[in-house]
Design a protein around this ligand. Structure first.
Ligand SMILES: NC(=O)c1ccc[n+]([C@@H]2O[C@H](COP(=O)([O-])OP(=O)(O)OC[C@H]3O[C@@H](n4cnc5c(N)ncnc54)[C@H](OP(=O)(O)O)[C@@H]3O)[C@@H](O)[C@H]2O)c1
Length: 333
């Protein structure tokens, strides 16, 4: 194959998994402050499914190819920016992207790259950036989770959830999760969660009251919203923080605003993809300082459900939508 042409998983339209098709693209070119990665593995995230369906367009100027995270080898780039970041040609890195990760090569801002943690393979490394950046930003920065506090994670077995469980436990917090089956609840407990609620057979708000003896939780990481918000507001302790990162259950919510006043609650949220490079670079620095040592010490794991050759991206997306997985699904090149 011509060196300037690469394979990539393209969207042949918006729709079901079958629109993901292996095609050919010109190699991207690293600009100022960027580097070029020969991709070994590309992580899959639920936002990629939204993009495939036509509900989550890439930010302006970003590749139309899906893919928010990769791991691979640095093969070119802005030498000054790389030198400042301590990155050299040939280094193995994992990177957070705003798009373009489902490809044999991609460009990434240098500041959004982190070294592959020692002891991790490419698949494990590719599964880290999107979830760890998101959890850091939302649970610790927006949610300000403190040691000794209690965190409720809606969707504990998701890619986001398995990162949040481990990070919060490493921080000395108590963790309650919800998940959609007893098997997934068991997976979350095995990862360190203190309590797991099967949201299909139990009411999470009642369970939170029982587990916390009526006090409520300090922080909620919510990827459901909709009808959950009213019960989440009820489930917060005084000064509690609700952080919404997705609206899988709907964008409209009705809740008791009186509780927000009386308990001095914070309702907040964010979405990572459109945020500026500097913002993401600051998170990368914090992760490298606070979290990478824990991964290298084996205290926090990259939880892989399965990996697929990139040509089977459609099967990988179908698996994600079937929601049978715990942890991450990854493509390999
Ligand atoms: N705001 C941001 O910056 C940002 C960044 C990345 C991801 N996200 C969002 O975070 C979510 C997780 O992403 P992911 O890649 O980790 O996806 P994923 O692995 O496919 O996880 C989706 C999760 O949603 C859970 N869920 C769905 N309905 C639920 C309900 N009613 N109650 C509790 N849990 C429910 C599922 O639980 P069961 O399978 O047990 O039903 C599953 O664990 C997605 O919605 C994604 O869009 C947001």
């Amino acid at each position: 194959m011509d060196k300037q042409i690469m394979h990539a998983v393209e969207l042949a339209g918006f729709g079901g998994p079958q629109v993901l098709q292996l095609g050919q693209r010109p190699l991207p070119v690293a600009g100022m402050g960027e580097l070029l990665i020969r991709v070994a593995a590309s992580g899959i995230n639920r936002p990629d499914v939204l993009q495939r369906k036509g509900h989550y367009a890439p930010p302006p100027g970003v590749s139309d190819l899906p893919g928010l995270e990769v791991a691979g080898e640095v093969v070119a780039g802005d030498e000054a920016a790389m030198a400042e970041a301590g990155i050299s040609l040939g280094d193995r890195v994992c990177a957070l992207l705003a798009g373009g990760g489902y490809a044999e090569y991609c460009v990434a801002p240098v500041v959004q790259c982190l070294p592959v943690p020692k002891g991790l393979d490419d698949v494990q490394a590719a599964a880290l950036p999107e979830t760890f950046f998101t959890v850091w930003s939302n649970v610790f920065e927006r949610g300000r989770l403190q040691p000794g506090e209690t965190l409720l994670i809606q969707g504990g077995s998701s890619g986001i959830g398995v990162a949040a469980i481990q990070l919060a436990k490493a921080w000395g917090a108590r963790v309650i999760v919800t998940a959609g089956s007893d098997a997934k609840c068991a997976d979350c407990l095995a990862l360190g969660a203190d309590h797991a609620i099967n949201y299909r057979s139990q009411d999470f708000a009642e369970e939170v009251q029982r587990i916390t003896e009526g006090r409520g939780v300090d922080v909620i990481l919510d990827m459901v919203a909709g009808s959950y918000v009213a019960r989440e507001v009820q489930s917060l302790a005084e000064e509690g923080r609700l952080v919404i990162i997705a609206v899988q259950g709907g964008i409209k919510a009705e809740f008791d605003a009186g509780l927000v006043l009386r308990r001095r609650l914070v309702v907040t949220g964010s979405t990572l993809r459109p945020r500026p490079v500097d913002f993401k670079g600051a998170i990368a620095k914090a992760l490298r300082r606070e979290v990478w040592p824990l991964i290298e010490a084996g205290k926090i794991k990259s939880v892989i459900h399965s990996s697929f050759p990139a040509a089977q991206a459609a099967q990988a997306h179908a698996l994600m939508e079937s929601s049978q997985h715990t942890g991450k699904i990854v493509l390999t090149w």
